[in-house]
Design a protein around this ligand. Structure first.
Ligand SMILES: [Mg+2]
Length: 215
């Protein structure tokens, strides 16, 4: 079985790590503390987006009254504890082992802060299966485009042989900025309807992605 790409670039949160519940849990604490309406999973998938600061505003936070840096730090402190309960999405390790055996390099590109990202990837034992891990140098989850461009340059590979796999519209924006293909997986941070609006293939799970890229 051959894989149609030489490099596969995976998003982390929501795509590999099944951690939307930890984000909803942490955000609901912030919302309660500020007297704002809490959200359920359905609402989360309808409103979450990048840059994350815009998503906070959609939820009702008013940055003329609250300090963005305080909110972001508070969110991360709660999320970090809660996400210890998160598992990888079903089939992740098997898919990674299979792709690794197929002479395809895998990378993780995330809007998470780099140290936290490295710790989580080690905890879930994927560090030995990926060639590189790229995160942000801050907790503000603004965009992955700049770090993605640097990452692609350092790989020095033909963009037509790179594939991005993600769970949000932002992953499509990053892939388009990098000039590479993109497919999406549902069950992460955004609804299937929103993912489908990008026109990119949307799969139910990671194993379906493997079937799609295998020839
Ligand atoms: Mg994601």
């Amino acid at each position: 079985m051959n894989i149609a790409y030489k490099n596969i670039i995976w998003d982390w949160n929501g795509t590999l790590l099944d951690d939307a519940f930890a984000c909803i849990y942490a955000m609901n604490i912030l919302l309660r503390e500020h007297g704002l309406p809490e959200m359920d999973e359905k609402r989360y998938m309808q409103v979450f987006g990048f840059p994350v600061k815009d998503y906070y505003e959609l939820l009702g936070f008013d940055f003329s009254e609250v300090v963005w840096d305080d909110l972001a730090n508070h969110f991360i402190s709660i999320y970090k504890d809660k996400t210890l309960e998160a598992d990888l999405h079903s089939g992740t390790v098997e898919t990674f082992e299979f792709i690794n055996d197929s002479n395809v390099d895998m990378h993780i590109l995330s809007a998470s802060e780099s140290q936290m990202l490295d710790d989580m990837i080690k905890k879930h034992k994927l560090d030995g299966l990926v060639k590189s891990v790229t995160g942000l140098d801050n907790i503000y989850a603004s965009s992955k485009i700049d770090v993605g461009k640097s990452m692609l340059e350092s790989l020095g590979c033909d963009p037509s042989l790179c594939l991005m796999v993600g769970d949000t519209i932002h992953d499509v924006e990053v892939a388009e900025a990098l000039g590479i293909d993109c497919v999406l997986v549902e069950g992460g941070y955004q609804s299937r309807e929103r993912l489908s609006s990008t026109g990119k293939p949307v799969f139910k799970n990671i194993k379906e992605v493997l079937t799609y890229i295998s020839q």
